[in-house]
Design a protein around this ligand. Structure first.
Ligand code: ADP
Ligand code: DP6
Ligand code: CO
Length: 356
């Protein structure tokens, strides 16, 4: 009798928010970046993707992906690359061990839920593809480690390679044309700097007008500021940032974070036609951070914005009162200040997540 068993595995993956931004591809097909990047994995937040991967001969013959209840197109080259690479690793295992079930060629069904806004500049593609790759790797009982899986997740979405690791995570741009040295690595575990906190201000949960993929390709093609950022500014800042993390030097960590966010958004503005990810509320959040730092006489809070208007504010636990206090005073007492997750109320800041 034909085996109609359903094989299944589930996992979760957290978002990561870059302090040195990935923006630009030198090879869009292999998803290879123009520059290295570095992020913090927000594992303590409850912003995460939950994904179940299953396969069965009883499924319809084509692979499928359901995201928050909606059928997604899986025919795109990026999702296909992840499926293909993971299947080929499973095939290798099956070839080596004849007692293993032959599941590599069975149709895959992926069911995924993001518990935070999708495509709004809060790294849904990072958590999403990290969870997708991890779930299928678990389903196929692959032995590959995070480093090797990060090379696959990178092909789904660049930032996803960093969400496979916890703590402070770098993504080495690499120099090889085949992408074999373009993967993530852990700079330091979260326990290295346990006082680090992040405040996430959800200014808008709406889908961004220009996707990261499209936006960065237009920037590379049209911005005259971009080469200096990719070739000079970012390589220098990667070194400064790694050192600041090793030395738990928040002033440098904060300054470099803010300057790199500004530099990234400057290249967006310098793109033709220009891309505006930040809005008036984003700029008001920058002003609040500047006020906090001026009052403290040093950098105790650092803003950063991905490809969207939502602010992420990094600070240390010891500055909780000054940082969270002034945001409270500036934007009102919202639900969620004390929990790890806030819900929409009204006004400009629709929701707030505090990562503890
Ligand atoms: P974001 O800022 O949220 O990362 P992007 O423009 O980079 O926005 O990517 C959004 C796209 O990522 C979505 O349109 C979808 O194609 C993909 N994505 C998001 N979440 C998931 C998920 N859980 N599983 C698979 N793909 C996902
Ligand atoms: C601004 O990883 O979403 O968040 O590789 O095309 O899927 P694709 O892009 P994506 O870009 C992220 C851009 C960023 C900066 C960062 O996370 O480093
Ligand atoms: Co993304």
């Amino acid at each position: 009798m034909a085996d109609t068993k359903i094989y299944r595995a589930s996992t979760t993956a957290p978002v990561n928010i870059a302090v040195i931004k990935y923006w630009g591809k030198r090879d869009p097909k292999l998803n290879l970046p123009t520059n290295s990047s570095l992020s913090v994995t927000l594992a303590q937040s409850d912003l995460r993707t939950h994904t179940t991967a299953s396969c069965s001969s009883s499924y319809p013959s084509s692979d499928s992906l359901l995201l928050n209840g909606q059928d997604q197109d899986v025919s795109g080259a990026r999702t296909q690359a992840c499926f293909r690479e993971l299947r080929s690793l499973r095939k290798q295992l099956e070839d080596q061990d004849s007692s293993l079930s032959k599941i590599a060629d069975l149709p895959l069904k992926i069911v995924s839920e993001n518990n935070f806004p999708t495509a709004a500049g809060l790294a849904s593609s990072a958590a999403g593809f990290a969870a997708l790759v991890r779930a299928i790797a678990n389903l196929y009982e692959l032995k590959q480690d995070e480093t090797e899986l990060s090379r696959i997740a990178r092909q789904g979405s660049g930032s996803a390679c960093r969400s496979l690791f916890g703590g402070y995570v770098g993504w080495n741009a690499g120099t090889q044309a085949d992408g074999s040295d373009s993967m993530a690595y852990q700079v330091a575990p979260a326990s290295h700097w346990p006082q680090m906190r992040a405040l996430i201000l959800v200014v808008s949960a709406a889908k961004k007008g220009v996707s990261s993929t499209t936006g960065m390709q237009t920037t590379v093609a049209t911005s005259s500021l971009f080469p200096a950022r990719a070739n000079e500014t970012v390589p220098r800042r990667m070194k400064e940032m790694e050192k600041a993390i090793q030395e738990r030097d928040f002033e440098t960590f904060g300054k470099v974070t803010m300057m790199d966010s500004n530099s990234f958004h400057a290249t967006c503005l310098d793109t033709y036609p220009p891309i505006f990810y930040m809005n008036d509320v984003s700029r008001a959040a920058i002003k609040v951070v500047e006020t906090i730092n001026a009052a403290a006489g040093k950098t105790i809070a650092a803003y950063t914005f991905d490809a969207g208007p939502n602010a992420v504010i990094y600070y240390l636990e010891e500055s909780e009162k000054e940082v969270v206090g002034l945001f409270k005073a500036a934007i009102g007492d919202k639900e969620g200040w004390t929990g790890t997750r806030g819900r929409a109320v009204e006004a400009n800041i629709a929701a707030l997540y505090k990562v503890q």
